[in-house]
Ligand binder design. Structure first.
Ligand code: MLT
Length: 233
């Protein structure tokens, strides 16, 4: 039986062997929700990078510059980190370079995996189908917040485990925790996610619509994959 495990924060990723695995990176609020939204809305490719200066250098090569620090758009960038910006006509057919506080860092730290794909509630069902049809074991890499686990990514990990439970065996207590938290709250996911620390942080910027949208299940049928440093579908 294939296995499914969870890393609750990038600071613990060194404890997992990535070789031979599909890593599903998730940052529900909001980086991976933005990536899924963009690629479902005809963005050509999204390049995750660690540093703001790397985005600026890519901007000179024609990429749209996107990202935030602490949830706030970087002033000279074209876009921040709201999924609604990734639906706009101006992004269709374009390449975007993105750097965020946690999400893009988690993608970069997944290097070494056989395959890196992007998950969010917005593409939950498609990610589940993708990992179920693959032969590889699965690691869900939660972006968390600055090295600490967070509720919304843990809920996503539990939801994906739930979708795969009949065909995959969970490994480790982080996977058990995620699954149990999901089972206990699956009828009120937005209600519980609203209590998370990052929801509170973001609600200070008046972007409750972002939070509600990011908790929408299976709105899109895309599975972004990292190929030669760029996310594409
Ligand atoms: C991150 O990468 O830390 C988040 O996406 C932050 C945010 O909500 O903008």
């Amino acid at each position: 039986m294939k296995t499914i495990e969870v890393c609750l924060t990038p600071d613990l990723i060194h404890q997992h062997d990535l070789k031979g695995k599909i890593v599903v990176v998730v940052d529900v609020f909001r980086a991976t929700s933005c990536i899924v939204t963009g690629l479902a809305n005809e963005v050509e490719a999204i390049k995750p990078v660690g540093e703001v200066d790397e985005v600026k250098a890519l901007g000179k090569e024609g990429y749209l510059m996107a990202g935030e620090r602490g949830g706030i758009k970087i002033p000279e960038f074209d876009m921040g980190n709201s999924p609604f910006e990734y639906q706009a006509d101006q992004v269709k057919g374009k390449k975007i370079a993105i750097s965020t506080t946690n999400g893009s860092q988690a993608i970069i730290k997944s290097e070494g995996a056989d395959e890196i794909i992007i998950g969010a509630f917005l593409n939950l069902e498609s990610v589940a189908e993708y990992v179920l049809q693959s032969k590889s074991n699965v690691l869900i890499h939660c972006a968390g917040w600055k090295g600490t686990p967070n509720l919304e990514d843990t809920l996503f990990a539990g939801a994906l485990i739930d979708e795969c439970a009949e065909e995959m065996k969970t490994v480790g207590d982080s996977a058990l925790v995620a699954h149990q938290v999901y089972i206990a709250n699956h009828e009120n996911l937005f209600g519980i996610a609203k209590q998370s620390s990052h929801a509170e942080r973001l609600s200070g910027f008046g972007i409750e619509e972002d939070l509600e949208f990011c908790m929408t299940e299976s709105e899109y049928q895309v599975v972004p994959r990292l190929v030669a440093g760029e996310l594409i579908v």
